[in-house]
Design a protein around this ligand. Structure first.
Ligand code: BGC
Length: 708
């Protein structure tokens, strides 16, 4: 008999349900602490897994209790949100996506996994795969932006990175892909709010990243807090048992979100914990995170005949199988006994990731990179010396004291110059401090670096905003500084696009610096000084105003496209175009696209189309361009979006250099769900459009015909 069969044969119902319960250990300011009732629950076999506990001492101690003081000696599974780094903090996911660099996406997850594993962690609640087209929703910061293909590629890279070659390896952690599904479509951009959409949109936009993560072998899935058309995802049998375990063939563990099973009562689909527990279990949720619904509700549900013991056994089997795959039965301390990782090397990786995440949005008057001669640099604003904010919303076990601020980074990079700092204003009103001497510092400078934006807790979970402006008094402050007429570079730290068109018009340069983690300040200084060239591009469309939201590249055509005519699809008070399209990102070079060729022009299923694009860097500096390939099917039975992203690639060119990018596009990449919602390649003409962003007026195109 296998180990798991033998265990199941002797487990009491309480012991079984205990394996399905995940409890949180608390946090104190100095790190994780253990609530005594959690320790007691482990001792009594009422908690098969824990979250928010890390560090070799703490995890070892608890593991010993499970192994030495419980009847069956089943090891504990320790989970933690290692979303963008563990001790070494990498850029927030939205920022890192901007690198459009799958190797980088994988590398940072690998590093985070090895650091977390050395702290006893065997499972992470990441990657977050929620496509999001509404910057009001604060959790846009945690995902890969608006596009299903990009999110799918991030999904694969992150799952590979976290899980490594084998889940049993000492430095592997199991990935939990979340939040299944459509959480990012929260109505009105309000976190935890309801979602509703057509099955077509679900299949075209929201499911593909999860499908990709299944192909990459993700070990676990977390359902979203939200409901989809009235059925909360935590109780959504058709999608969990039906699509996920059925269509997508998922065999791993489904872990509820925090307290989500108990919240089925608040959603209004269950009358009490017993019903809630039964609905979740029957829908396919194996582990109850923190709602005590399984421990309290499953015995009641059993008594009422709402669940079968076999369903509990199935869930327990999945949990034990995961523990086995992670090597926990063979050596529960294998992760805890890992040597601490080589920190300097990791910091270099964090710096590189941060550099590749910073997007140069506008640039005029040649202010960048900063001139080499010594100068007086004014560093102003509430985000200039903000170590905690730089870490972003899921800073894992990272610490502010290990985080390089923009001010520190610039001071280190320019010892020849006089770098003067004044905060000038707080992030929001409660934090108001008044411009003080900031205006004087700016007036007496040769150049101003104005560090504006959001604090880190203004994006992430439960951090939706109804406006996309600069919080507090920052706009007034920025206007006063800009009015001085000094050359001014604005650094925008935020977890979402900020709709501040006036700022882009008036500043000499604006960079989206997001929240770039432990090495934020060094990386920003690298870009400003020209030690590194900006290479990143926007993974989201950047609106002019919150009123344009949702705005994204994959819009479907209207029968009355916007024009000068009155009865067309437009606003009276705003252009329909965004401030910056998806993919926008300047470099220190200047790239001119000259020709696009697609071969063969007539292709059939199974063929691969070879696209080649000639590009020249006519700028004065070497630079790396990100080249996007979109498709458009001008005529299809179900109208296709104006643009669909199909691929991207990079080209590094020196000044004056010409290069050719070659993209291999399998015909199968042109599939979409037809009238019957089944994915297929519809024969006919397709345009393949290539360029540096999703600005349709700049794209070069080649037409191919797919034969029937
Ligand atoms: C979040 C999840 C997270 C969990 C555990 C929840 O509130 O929605 O994304 O993994 O907490 O920390």
């Amino acid at each position: 008999m296998s180990r798991i069969d033998s265990l199941l044969a002797v487990m009491t119902i309480e012991e079984k349900i205990g394996q399905l319960a995940m409890l949180a250990a608390g946090f104190s300011v100095t790190g994780p602490v253990l609530a005594t009732d959690v320790e007691e629950s482990v001792r009594q076999g009422r908690a098969g897994s824990l979250l928010n506990l890390y560090g070799q001492d703490a995890t070892n101690r608890l593991q010993r209790i499970a192994l030495e003081e419980t009847r069956l000696k089943i090891p504990i599974l320790f989970g933690f949100d290692v979303v963008h780094g563990h001790r070494t903090v990498f850029p927030i996911p939205l920022a890192e996506t901007a690198s459009f660099d799958p190797a980088l996406w994988e590398r940072t997850a690998r590093i985070a996994a090895s650091e977390a594993a050395a702290d006893g962690i065997a499972l992470t609640f990441a990657p977050m795969l929620d496509v999001s087209r509404d910057p009001r929703w604060g959790r846009m910061a945690e995902g890969a932006g608006e596009d299903p293909l990009v999110t799918s590629l991030v999904a694969e890279a992150k799952v590979r990175g976290f899980q490594g070659a084998s889940l049993g390896a000492r430095d592997a952690v199991a990935a939990t892909v979340k939040h299944f599904v459509a959480y990012g479509a929260a109505v009105a951009g309000r976190d935890y709010a309801s979602t509703d959409m057509s099955e077509r949109t679900l299949r075209e936009v929201y499911l593909p990243p999860f499908e990709a993560s299944m192909r990459a072998g993700a070990a676990a899935v977390m359902p979203a807090f939200s409901d989809l058309s009235g059925v909360p995802m935590t109780a959504n049998g058709p999608l969990l048992n039906g699509w996920l375990r059925g269509e997508a063939g998922f065999e791993g563990v489904v872990i509820s979100d925090y307290n989500a099973i108990a919240e089925l009562v608040v959603h209004g689909v269950a009358a009490d914990l017993g019903e809630a527990a039964a609905q979740a279990l029957n829908a396919g949720v194996d582990i109850d995170m923190m709602s005590n619904a399984y421990v309290e509700g499953l015995p009641v549900a059993l008594e009422r005949g709402l669940v079968a013991v076999e369903a509990i056994d199935t869930a327990v089997r999945r949990v034990l199988t995961l523990k086995e795959r992670l090597g926990l039965f063979d050596d529960p301390f294998r992760r805890d006994s890992m040597q601490p990782v080589d920190r300097p090397r990791l910091r270099e990786a964090a710096r590189e990731a941060a550099r590749r995440s910073i997007v140069l949005l506008t640039h005029r008057n040649d202010v960048l990179p900063l001139k080499a001669e010594p100068m007086r640099i004014a560093v102003l604003g509430p985000l200039a010396d903000a170590a905690t904010d730089m870490m972003g919303s899921w800073s894992g076990a990272g610490e502010a004291k290990d985080t390089v601020t923009i001010l520190t980074g610039l001071r280190e990079a320019r010892p020849d110059s006089e770098v003067r700092y004044a905060r000038g204003v707080g992030v929001d009103r409660e934090d108001e401090i008044g411009p003080g001497n900031a205006i004087e510092v700016a007036r007496a400078s040769d150049i101003v670096i104005l560090c504006l934006g959001e604090s880190r807790d203004m994006s992430g979970e439960a951090a939706s905003r109804s406006g996309l402006d600069l919080p507090g008094d920052q706009a007034n402050f920025a206007r006063s500084v800009l009015a001085l007429g000094r050359p001014t570079i604005v650094l925008l730290s935020s977890g979402r696009p900020l709709a501040v068109p006036w700022l882009f018009e008036r500043a000499d340069a604006v960079l989206a610096t997001w929240f770039c983690g432990s090495e934020a300040g060094h990386a920003i200084a690298d870009i400003l000084t020209g030690r590194a060239s900006p290479t990143a591009s926007l993974p989201v469309t950047w609106p002019r105003s919150v009123g344009q939201v949702p705005i994204f590249l994959g819009e479907r055509p209207s029968g009355r496209p916007a024009s000068d005519q009155h009865y067309t699809s437009k606003y009276q008070d705003l252009p329909t175009t965004p401030l910056f399209p998806f993919g926008h990102g300047l470099t220190y070079g200047r790239f001119i696209y000259s020709a696009v060729q697609a071969e063969p022009r007539n292709a059939k299923r199974g063929d691969t189309i070879v696209l080649s694009i000639d590009v020249e860097n006519q700028g004065a500096r070497e630079a790396e361009e990100t080249i996007f390939v979109f498709s458009r099917k001008p005529v299809a039975r179900v109208a296709r979006p104006l643009l669909e992203l199909k691929a991207f690639t990079k080209l590094f060119l020196r000044p004056g250099e010409k290069g050719r990018a070659v993209v291999m596009l399998p015909v199968e990449a042109l599939r979409f769900p037809g009238l019957d919602l089944k994915p297929a390649v519809e024969p006919g003409e397709y345009d393949l459009l290539v360029g540096g962003s999703a600005d349709r007026s700049t794209l070069m195109s080649a037409r191919v015909t797919i034969e029937a």
